[in-house]
Design a protein around this ligand. Structure first.
Ligand SMILES: NC(=O)c1ccc[n+]([C@@H]2O[C@H](COP(=O)([O-])OP(=O)(O)OC[C@H]3O[C@@H](n4cnc5c(N)ncnc54)[C@H](OP(=O)(O)O)[C@@H]3O)[C@@H](O)[C@H]2O)c1
Length: 310
């Protein structure tokens, strides 16, 4: 079968090559992959992982063979999945607790955008629960995580301010009461701040957190460090800075229900996804656009199905 393989130093960071078929363990289903999405963090991995490494976490497709231990969805079920790696391929082995069935009206492209970005949006927001009536600030709101976090927070009753880099970047942001170009323009204080830009943005977040509020730090897109002093919190007593990793923030058995929740939000229309959809053969062209902040929302790739079952 064909799969995306790491090619550091090559003409492009990754290439599509022939690889052996997956051999699922007893608790793993075999999934025919119809779509996958690319995350900013994965582009960094292309540079640091060895040649031949096979990336790919966010996938959607159809179960070809149910897990041998009888767990998880049956053959023929349309699913969204989170894999550790090796997901960007015609077929993938996926642990049955890392997948959820899809509502009929959720497309493979929509589903493939959900795992890493959607879980990050959902789970960072849980650090601010309850959200009803809370003022929430989301940085990187035009990005994959950000545009989902704004909508999920709003649906949970929060008053959301979205930070974007430009008015053009803000065009696809839905659910925010205010969209500001740069965190410096965000007015008032917030009970919860989702911060992934780092550098000056994190320092500005501290200046805007409420007493006892929470800043969730989940990325450093700018690559810039931030200097923090205890005195920065003088007017924000007992505010908390919470680091976050989507993968380990909650128990393993929470993956399937959280993926199902995200898919249901898309199905009911309360989570509208901004997608740039292309063939997986176009990854080399789209990757730099994501890196350079020209993608609104998520970059999603179709895996064209071949007649031999691929
Ligand atoms: N900790 C975790 O578990 C976890 C999970 C997923 C993602 N992440 C991290 O969270 C961040 C957001 O992920 P994503 O998938 O939403 O990425 P994305 O789609 O590329 O969005 C990143 C957003 O950050 C904003 N940004 C502000 N300053 C930036 C800068 N100097 N360089 C690049 N972007 C900048 C951009 O908004 P404008 O262009 O509008 O300014 C962009 O929309 C990334 O840093 C990613 O590595 C962490």
């Amino acid at each position: 079968m064909l799969a995306v393989v790491n090619t550091p130093g090559g003409a492009a960071p990754v290439a599509i090559s022939e690889v052996p078929e997956p051999e699922p363990k007893a608790n793993e289903a075999l999934v025919a992959v119809h779509a996958f999405s690319l995350n900013r963090g994965e582009m960094r991995l292309f540079q640091v992982r060895h040649a031949g490494w096979r990336p790919g976490q966010d996938i959607a497709g159809v179960v070809v063979r149910q897990a041998a231990d009888g767990s998880g969805p049956a053959a023929g079920t349309r699913v969204v999945c989170l894999t550790d790696w090796e997901g960007w391929a015609e077929r993938a082995a996926v642990p049955s607790h890392r997948m959820a069935p899809l509502p009929d009206d959720v497309s493979f492209a929509q589903a493939a955008s959900l795992p890493v970005a959607g879980l990050t949006a959902l789970r960072t927001l849980r650090h601010g629960a309850p959200l009803l009536g809370k003022r929430v600030l989301v940085t990187g709101a035009a990005g994959g995580v950000g545009h989902m976090a704004v909508q999920i927070a709003a649906r949970s009753g929060a008053h959301v301010t979205a930070v974007v880099g430009s008015a053009e970047r803000g065009r696809h942001v839905r659910g925010a009461e205010a969209i500001v170009e740069g965190i410096d323009k965000a007015e008032g204080r917030f009970g919860l701040i989702l911060e992934a830009a780092g550098g000056a943005s994190l320092a500005a977040a501290i200046a805007r957190i409420e007493t006892k509020g929470t800043i969730v730090i989940f990325g450093n897109s700018s690559g810039e460090p931030t200097s923090i002093n205890f005195r920065d919190f003088a007017e924000h007593p007992n505010a908390r800075v919470q680091s976050f990793s989507y993968f380990t923030s909650e128990a393993e058995e929470r993956f399937a229900p959280d993926l199902a929740l995200l898919a249901s939000l898309v199905g009911e229309g309360s989570l509208k996804l901004a997608l740039v959809e292309s063939s997986w053969r176009d990854m080399a062209r789209i990757g730099p656009q994501l890196r350079d902040r020209h993608i609104a929302g998520k970059a999603v790739f179709r895996v064209e199905q071949r007649e031999n079952g691929g």
